[in-house]
Ligand binder design. Structure first.
Ligand SMILES: [Zn+2]
Ligand SMILES: [Zn+2]
Length: 420
């Protein structure tokens, strides 16, 4: 598989002369299998330049998948600027951890509320399906993906991608469970051992390494790893290559060079299996190929997520067509509060186009308002159907009959009531 880094900075985008080599954009990694399956991991500000790459005529009709580790700004802020989401004809599946009481879609929509951004999530023109994820294993085309919860200040998933015989693990943001291990010392046990299994035998491990062990003393509970911790776990887990990422915004290029030198020196002092380490740099591309284990006896066991999961599709939309703008506003508000996506249309042709492009879960279409003989409107007839269908003239005639029948009934009822 081919990997390209588009954003390697943690916390906040940090452009400037000090970050030219490793980059200032926040988290975003592009992965492509040999067969061409496109997976983007995280959509920090690095997603903006990545999106520009698809802005060529021949790149029309992009089909891709986006794995979101968590919804902190530095992992989603590029999403509203990711142009391929706005192009009609493109198709995207967006995956992220299932929140407590709020869907991934609603959380992503939150950063695009009108107060913060002029365009809402509903205005993405491409076909988008949102998937709420829990821990477990699932498949995207030719890629097997395992998701595991990380230790962070928000609900966060790490992703292990297996394809073409090679394994890539993305683990950001994550804090060591043990403070001793954060210093690179002590036994690997408990949850840290499970994390080591998750990264085991990775041909490339992309891991949060925002702090050094010294710096960590004042950052306990901030949700990030130390270089020492990552090295210790990676050695134990027989990882082949580590790309440190989520670089601290206060760390300039020269300071990162020094950290990498130090990490390499510490590895050579300790001996053991060869382990390549580097700091992920914006723009850098890598081929991740399966490596032959040279010492299989001592190899850590491969990670196998026990739970197969079908990512829950949480995209639900309602097609709403009412004549009364106040009723439209009220219904829209009520349904948006339920987490539903509302699509409005101008006329029946418009509705047909919307239905064929992306079938809604529910369509509420107002028929001609029914009126009694004196011309007063007695309400509206709504069509509520969970399956989109196009109405032929015979259907429309039947609906008119139904409406007329209702009017007749009401006229009949009304006559004796009139004057009371
Ligand atoms: Zn982060
Ligand atoms: Zn975070």
């Amino acid at each position: 598989m081919r990997v390209q880094f588009w954003g390697t900075r943690g916390s906040i985008a940090t452009p400037g002369p000090g970050t030219i080599r490793y980059g200032g954009n926040t988290s975003c990694v592009e992965v492509r299998s040999e067969r061409g399956t496109l997976v983007i991991i995280d959509c920090g500000t690095g997603a903006h330049p990545l999106g520009q790459r698809f802005a060529t005529p021949e790149a029309n009709r992009v089909r891709g998948h986006i794995l979101i580790s968590h919804t902190h700004w530095d992992h989603i802020q590029g999403l509203p600027f990711f142009d391929p989401l706005f192009a009609a004809g493109n198709e995207w599946d967006i995956y992220g951890p299932k929140g407590l009481g709020r869907s991934l879609r609603d959380t992503l929509a939150g950063q695009m509320q009108y107060t913060y951004f002029p365009i809402t999530l509903d205005q993405f023109e491409s076909t988008i399906r949102y998937h709420d994820l829990m821990e477990g294993t699932f498949v995207i085309d030719d890629i097997r993906i395992s998701a595991r919860y990380l230790n962070h200040t928000a609900l966060t998933l790490g992703y292990r991608l297996e394809v073409d015989g090679a394994t890539l693990v993305y683990s950001s943001d994550h804090e060591p469970h043990s403070r001793t291990l954060a210093g690179g010392e002590g036994e690997i046990t408990g949850q840290d051992l499970l994390h080591a299994e998750f990264i085991s035998n990775a041909d490339l491990l992309i891991h949060d390494a925002q702090y050094t062990a010294d710096e960590y003393q004042s950052k306990v509970g901030w949700g990030h790893s130390t270089i020492e911790y990552v090295l210790k776990l990676a050695r134990h887990a027989r990882v082949k290559r580590i790309a440190f990422t989520h670089h601290d915004p206060l760390r300039d290029d020269d300071a990162l060079d020094l950290l990498i030198e130090g990490a390499r020196a510490s590895l050579s002092r300790n001996g053991g299996a060869p382990l390549e380490v580097f700091a992920a740099a914006e723009g850098q591309t890598l081929e991740v190929k399966p490596s032959v284990a040279d010492d299989t006896d001592r190899a850590a066991p491969d990670f196998h997520a026990m739970t197969p999961v079908a990512p829950a599709l949480i995209e639900r939309s309602v097609l709403l067509g009412l004549a009364d703008p106040i009723m439209t506003a009220l219904l829209s508000d009520a349904m948006r509060a339920e987490g539903l996506r509302i699509k409005l249309f101008a006329d029946l042709n418009d509705a047909r186009k919307l239905i064929s492009k992306e079938p809604p879960s529910l369509a509420i279409l107002e028929h001609d308002p029914a009126r009694i003989d004196d011309g007063s409107c007695i309400g509206t007839l709504c069509l509520i159907d969970t399956r989109p269908r196009s109405l032929d003239p015979a259907d429309v005639a039947r609906l008119r009959d139904l409406s007329d029948l209702a009017v007749q009934e009401l006229n009949g009822m009304n006559t004796p009531l009139r004057g009371h």
